[in-house]
Design a protein around this ligand. Structure first.
Ligand code: ATP
Ligand code: MG
Length: 553
């Protein structure tokens, strides 16, 4: 077969050339050639400067420990006159004549970096620095200089970096969904504010604001101190399943999923499993884990997925043994959280809040006649306020006494067994604060009608239970109780509450082989962070919140 490319071509048709058109095309070609020559020249020039500025080589594990980096927070005046290598984020950049300035930032800290044209710094480098998009990650080799006058716009006021080399490791898009300055503004401040949904849609940018960043550091601390206290007090961390075969608390509000041809559910809490774990002879257990609630609650304090901090332990005689642990735990957590002043300041600057008061002032104890449980001092306080010990001084109030306190201001009086709704819970928090001076309190002896089937009743009055809630600033952070460890009693209680325990047969059976009397509590991690910090929305403290409207990002 013949090669079609080699086939003789028909002669091209003669074209009439328009001299004007030809001239125009020639000019265009010349212009393009000139532009290309300029670009080539610039590229050649930049190639010559590649070691000094430009795009960094892709970090791809080619070298290992070949350079020594220092972070922005680790910089200090002790390094003046030394050359350092810093990888950081660009906060701002600006060119001013033959000089360029940048603010480099990492975590809490920032430092000014600058370059000026001289024998080592070409004009092109100044142009380059001036156009690096904000939020890019750069690598800078610089000489550390002291400053004649403190630089007030950066956290490192006494030093400045004189840039010798600068390379962009990762360039940011030039247009940001919002500026950090706008996202940092307080609600009551003048200026543009960023819609919260917009912030959540690019949470990784939002988290660069000081408050948001600090919130997640505080969240980590909450979990750290929770674990630490419990481990120090002989608790054992456990991991219970999140995929379960039946709705854990015998009710609705569970997410159903397909499980190899049958139905399974996402656990609403580790409740039943932590109780079963105790029957395996681990005397004290705790868990930090995700829990799921299919509640269509579009409120400031409900998520569909949150982190449960759960505790369960043997008791010898009384559910106060559990409350004593809970008090010790929260006292420890609050005391340690208060030491993180830098984070607290960053949060408070954007979301002003009053520090949490969890100890009743000593004079109030005397003045009101608050009882001291450990010394068996009976309260003379009219609402029977009690504290466990004079060290942590955390307030305990019986549920009926909370109702009495509420009734002092409610026009429509409540009975001792009525459920306290969210509005009245807030009001109760306010009344408690006014009377006892505290933002934290425990309410115990909840009515049976508002507690789950596995809650142990009070011996003296079956209308009430050996159960409790803990509140911060008038909102629930935790619920707990003594549990029923007698299978027959459990079945009887479930029946009277019309809870079908057939799907929870294993749970009931777990108490048939000898069961330890026990109790415990569950805490909402996000609630603790939110309320400790006096924030008004649980989504602020959940990194990628899940609620009925949101499953992304
Ligand atoms: P609430 O009355 O506030 O809806 P609850 O009594 O239904 O809470 P519990 O079953 O007692 O909640 O759960 C234990 C703890 O878990 C609560 O005290 C709270 O701190 C937290 N919690 C419960 N539901 C949610 C939720 N939807 N989102 C975030 N935290 C929650
Ligand atoms: Mg509760």
């Amino acid at each position: 077969m013949s090669d079609p490319a080699a086939a003789p071509q028909p002669p091209a048709a003669e074209k009439k050339v328009n001299p004007k058109q030809a001239e125009k095309e020639a000019r265009k070609a010349a212009r393009l050639a000139e532009e290309k020559a300029k670009a080539d020249e610039k590229a050649a020039l930049l190639a010559q400067y590649a070691d000094t500025f430009g795009t960094a080589e892709l970090i791809q594990s080619l070298t290992y420990n070949s350079k020594t980096y220092i972070t922005v927070p680790a910089l200090s005046a002790a390094l003046v006159d030394q050359t350092v290598l810093v990888r950081a984020r660009v906060s701002t950049t600006r060119k001013k004549g033959k000089m360029a300035f940048m603010v480099l930032r990492d975590e809490h800290d920032s430092v000014q970096a600058m370059a000026a044209v001289d024998e080592k710094v070409p004009k092109e480098m100044i142009d380059f620095i001036g156009q690096v998009p904000c939020e890019s990650i750069v690598e800078v080799q610089a000489h550390v200089c002291g400053t004649a006058q403190p630089i007030t716009s950066t956290t490192h006021a006494d030093i400045e970096l004189k840039i010798e080399k600068i390379h962009v490791v990762s360039e940011s898009q030039r247009t940001l969904p919002f500026t950090l300055e706008d996202a940092t503004r307080r609600e009551d401040e003048e200026g543009v504010k960023v819609n919260f949904d917009t912030r959540l849609a690019t949470r990784w940018l939002d988290m660069r604001t000081p408050a948001s960043n600090a919130i997640f550091r505080m969240q980590s601390r909450v979990c750290q101190y929770f674990r630490q206290y419990l481990i120090d007090n002989d608790f054992c961390e456990i991991h219970t399943p999140k995929i379960i075969s039946a709705a854990s608390e015998g009710g609705a509000n569970v997410f159903k999923l397909g499980y190899f041809g049958r139905d399974a559910y996402l656990a609403q809490s580790p409740q039943l499993y932590k109780q079963m774990a105790l029957q395996g002879d681990i005397p004290r257990v705790f868990e930090v884990g995700s829990v799921f609630r299919a509640e269509n609650s579009n409120t400031h304090r409900h998520l569909t997925e949150f982190v449960g901090l759960d505790v369960e332990m043997r008791i010898s005689e009384h559910y106060y043994e559990v409350l004593d642990v809970a008090e010790g735990l929260f006292n420890y957590m609050f005391e340690h959280l208060a030491t993180h002043t830098k984070e607290l300041e960053d949060i408070c600057r954007q979301y002003p809040f009053e520090p949490l008061v969890w100890k009743i002032p000593e004079e109030k104890i005397r003045e009101l006649g608050v009882g001291v449980i450990s010394d068996r001092v009976e309260p003379t306080d009219q609402y029977k306020g009690r504290v466990h010990n004079l060290e942590s001084r955390m307030l305990r109030l019986y549920y009926p006494d909370c109702i009495d306190l509420l009734n002092t201001v409610l026009t429509e009086k409540m009975s001792h067994v009525d459920d306290i709704n969210t509005t009245n819970e807030k009001l109760l928090g306010k009344l408690v604060k006014e009377r006892y001076g505290v933002d934290f309190f425990i309410s115990d002896r909840f009515p049976s009608s508002v507690r789950p089937f596995y809650t142990m009743s009070c011996k003296d009055d079956e209308r009430f239970t050996n159960s409790y809630d803990m509140f911060i600033r008038g909102e629930e952070i935790s619920s707990g109780a003594q549990r029923i460890h007698v299978p027959e009693l459990l079945l009887e209680r479930a029946k009277s509450l019309q809870v079908d325990l057939t799907p929870c047969k294993d749970y009931v059976d777990a108490f048939r082989l000898g069961a330890w009397p026990h109790g415990g509590f569950g805490v909402g991690m996000e609630r603790v962070v939110m309320l400790y910090l006096g924030l008004g929305n649980v989504r602020l403290v959940s990194m990628f919140p899940r609620d009925p409207q949101r499953v992304t990002p």
